[in-house]
Design a protein. Sequence first.
Length: 85
Amino acid sequence: MAARGGTEETALGYEQARDELIEVVRRLEAGGTTLEESLALWERGEELAKVCRRWLEGARARLDASLAAERAEDSAAEGAGSGTE
C-alpha cells in the first residue's frame, strides 16, 4: 500500500476513501501482518477517516446552507403574501 501525498489524498472522493478504509480495517482485523505493517495500515486508516470526515462535514454544510436559503425564501414569500390586502 503506497503512501499518498497531501494533494492526492484530498483528490480522493468520499466513496474511494471509504472503500479503501474498509479494506484497511479488514486487513487489520484479519491479522497476520507485522507490527510495522500494522502501524502503516493504522496510519493510513486515520488519514482516510479524516478524508471521509471532511467530505461529510462539507456535505452537511452544503445541506445546511441549502435549507437555510429555502427557509429564507419561504419567509420572504410569506411576508410578501400578507403585506397589503
